[in-house]
Ligand binder design. Structure first.
Ligand code: UD1
Ligand code: UDP
Length: 380
């Protein structure tokens, strides 16, 4: 039976790959083994524990303050050694992280077909998001199968001269993970969050980590949050803060001693999805959160100048607002007080998937590998 190796390294890749790992374990047509790079450490392990995934191989590349080239070099070196002793028939990489592109390159150099999950997203600006836009374009050039979440992402791939027969529109597996997790309605480990959920207070849920927002952009986010907290005593701002110390140093100093701001460690995915479902508004620069919130009918303000996820923006439930401090304060204020606007932005919709993306993806991988093996057999 063909053997497939999903590989991932960061929190969002783990969340989006978990439904694929589950579907591969159930498949009668494919075997699999799971490899993680460990680009993220605690945030990756948190997701694997939740989904009960014990990786077969862990390259353990994490270093505090790691550089992009360090992540790339350690991933390629680790996989080079692994492929010499355990060579899969295909690898599956997810999205646009440096783990993802490094793994695609390592497999490509070994002549192993690359399956790209969440293929075809494009912002059109190589510096935003950085380095993700470059990463995903590189992976597109060397992948054998492109699993596009939406028709729009399929069109982007066609515009990049990818052959139509190598693209399958599957939906995004993040919706599979979200729908399966949010219904569990897990308790919060932090009693403050449990108390908040029982209080019925309005919650502004905030996440930030993008590299291009680090520095003055993120300090502006911190100042904007402090101004919103002071102006809106009936609102609670919850910030599950990214593990990155650069993010913490930029944002947290502005939020000290504000009674209606709750800063937490990164939340376990079950808790985060519950908080997302309780939130009144989401303010974020995250890719995954932009995809999840529309399914739960929660309006999203995106602290970026552009997005590679235009579907929910076009539907009117996500708005791009950039990182200017005054603009963030203004846009949150408007959404809090303009009822008509709020109701138009809180329509639940699923532009990114219906919960069956993993099933479609595994079917597409099975078809690819059977065709591939047939070609190899014929050429012998
Ligand atoms: C990475 C991805 C980004 C993705 C994000 C999700 C790249 C280039 N970037 O960005 O696409 O959106 O993850 O969160 O691949 N850290 C810890 N523990 C952890 C994780 C991170 O301490 O579990 C700290 C470390 O100091 C690390 C820093 O966060 O150096 C940055 O992590 P890194 O993976 O290099 O980049 P991100 O900015 O998190
Ligand atoms: N998430 C989580 N706990 C948190 C914050 C986010 O589990 O405290 C989840 C969120 O639901 C989404 C993913 O992490 O699925 C997004 O990760 P991140 O924002 O780090 O990366 P991006 O999606 O921007 O690449």
């Amino acid at each position: 039976m063909p053997v497939v190796m999903p590989i991932y390294g960061t929190r969002p890749e783990a969340i989006k790959m978990a439904p694929i790992v589950a579907a591969l374990k159930e498949s009668n047509a494919l075997d699999c083994f799971v490899t993680v790079t460990g680009q993220h450490r605690s945030m990756l392990d948190q997701v694997n524990n939740l989904f009960g995934i014990e990786p077969d191989y862990d390259l353990n590349i994490f270093e505090p303050g790691q550089s992009l080239n360090g992540i790339l070099a350690r991933t390629i070196d680790g996989l080079d050694k692994l492929f010499n002793v355990n060579r899969p028939d295909a690898v599956i990489v997810q999205g646009d992280t440096t783990t993802s592109t490094a793994a695609a390159m390592a497999a490509f150099y070994h002549g192993i077909p690359v399956v790209h999950l969440e293929a075809g997203l494009r912002s059109g600006n190589p510096l935003s998001p950085f380095p993700e836009e470059g990463n995903r374009k590189i992976t597109s050039q060397i992948a054998s199968l492109h699993l596009a979440p939406t028709e729009g992402s399929r069109q982007n791939l066609l515009a990049a001269n990818i052959l139509p027969e190598d693209i399958v529109v599957t939906g995004n597996t993040v919706i599979d993970a979200l729908l399966a997790t949010v219904e569990k309605n897990v308790p919060f480990a932090d009693p403050e969050l449990e108390k908040l959920s029982a209080s019925g207070r309005r919650v502004l849920l905030v996440t930030t980590h993008r590299r291009e927002n680090q520095g003055e952009g993120m300090r502006g986010i911190g100042r904007a949050l402090a101004r919103i907290a002071r102006a809106e005593p009936d609102l609670t701002i919850v910030l599950p803060v990214h593990s990155n110390p650069v993010v913490r140093r930029a944002v947290l100093p502005y939020l000290e001693e504000l009674g209606n701001v709750l800063v937490t460690e990164p939340l376990e995915y079950g808790e985060f999805t519950r908080l997302l479902s309780l939130a009144h508004i989401v303010l974020t620069d995250s890719g995954g959160v932009q995809e999840e919130a529309p399914s739960l009918g929660v309006p999203v303000l995106v602290m970026r100048e552009n997005t590679e996820r235009p579907e929910a923006v076009e539907a009117g439930v996500v708005k791009l607002i950039g990182v200017d401090e005054d603009r963030i304060v203004r846009e949150v204020d408007r959404l809090l007080h303009d009822r008509e606007l709020y109701s138009s932005m809180s329509e639940a919709m699923n532009p990114y998937g219906d919960g069956s993306a993993a099933e479609r993806s595994v079917l597409a991988v099975t078809t690819l590998l059977h065709a591939h093996n047939k070609r190899i057999a014929q050429s012998r």
